[in-house]
Design a protein around this ligand. Structure first.
Ligand SMILES: [Zn+2]
Ligand SMILES: [Zn+2]
Length: 287
């Protein structure tokens, strides 16, 4: 059996195994050393956020059964993408592919904040009134499908080794759970760790209700894009314990904590009123 065949056959158990293992570790860490007091009960948060994750997983399998890995295999069979035109050593191709795919995820994240219609989808992730490991996987189904389509395009253009796509998916999933963790890290460790990976304190800034803080730290995995492109912000002004998490336009549990509300959020309100979750949007126009 070739490496690609092995990956195609075992992709689901590999990814599920890492998801369950890292989720369990983070959940335990959150109990032992929590960073903030949770506003909503864990039972409600977890059942609804994980309910959404379960729903998304089934939906994604139905719409795109072979997922990103399938697209990588297809692209390599067709000879599509940059890496089929340049003779790079295998490990270089893997490394570069993972880094480039991470950049496009960063770019996509900036885009879903900037485009009002896409912000409607992404605000489901931001409407969470608390911040814990389950926030990391809480996305509207339409954003999950959009994200997969963007990955398909990147894979077609890049032609990455199939193993790079699996590594990328597993690592992105793992780091998203890590950096959404409601966990306390020693300050010095955090300072060094965030040079190579987005830490919980770094990404939490992005979940602030304050607009300038929301529009910073878009990285999910590598912290470099924010530092290079000017969107890096070290800490929230109010501090990690006192800062308010979420968005100003949705503060009720009906929308923020319960699954039916989360699914409905993109369709609430007029597009122009919700340009970018902006309190100052109204203010700007009144001036
Ligand atoms: Zn965001
Ligand atoms: Zn987030």
């Amino acid at each position: 059996m070739s490496l690609n065949d092995f990956i195609m056959t075992n992709e689901m158990p590999i990814r599920l195994g890492f998801f369950i293992g890292i989720f369990a570790l983070m959940a335990l860490w959150e109990i032992v050393s929590p960073r903030r007091h949770l506003r909503t009960s864990k039972a409600i948060r977890w059942s609804n956020n994980l309910g959404l994750v379960f729903f998304n997983t089934i939906l994604l399998r139905l719409v795109f059964p072979a997922a990103a890995v399938g697209m990588a295999v297809f692209a390599s069979e067709q000879g599509w993408g940059l890496f089929h035109y340049i003779a790079a050593p295998f490990w270089v191709a893997v490394l570069v592919s993972v880094v480039v795919m991470d950049f496009f995820i960063w770019l996509q994240h900036v885009m879903v904040h900037a485009v009002p219609l896409l912000w409607r989808l992404h605000r489901v992730h931001h409407a969470d009134l608390d911040y814990d490991v389950t926030t990391g996987a809480r996305f509207h189904p339409l954003e999950i499908l959009l994200s997969m389509l963007i990955k398909f395009v990147v894979i077609m253009l890049l032609g990455p080794p199939v193993v790079a796509v699996v590594i990328f998916e597993v690592v992105l999933n793992a780091t998203a759970m890590f950096n959404h963790g409601n966990v306390r890290l020693p300050k010095t460790l955090d300072r060094y760790l965030r040079l190579i990976v987005v830490t919980p304190d770094m990404h939490r800034v992005h979940h602030s209700v304050e607009d300038d803080e929301t529009n910073s730290n878009f990285g999910f995995n590598l912290p470099w894009w924010d530092r290079l492109l000017g969107t890096y912000r070290a800490q929230p002004r109010a501090g990690h314990e006192a800062m308010t998490i979420g968005i100003t336009t949705f503060r009720e549990d009906k929308w923020c904590s319960w699954l039916p509300g989360m699914l409905a959020i993109p369709f609430v309100g007029r597009v122009q009123d919700y340009a970018i979750n902006r309190r100052q949007w109204g203010d700007d126009h009144e001036q």
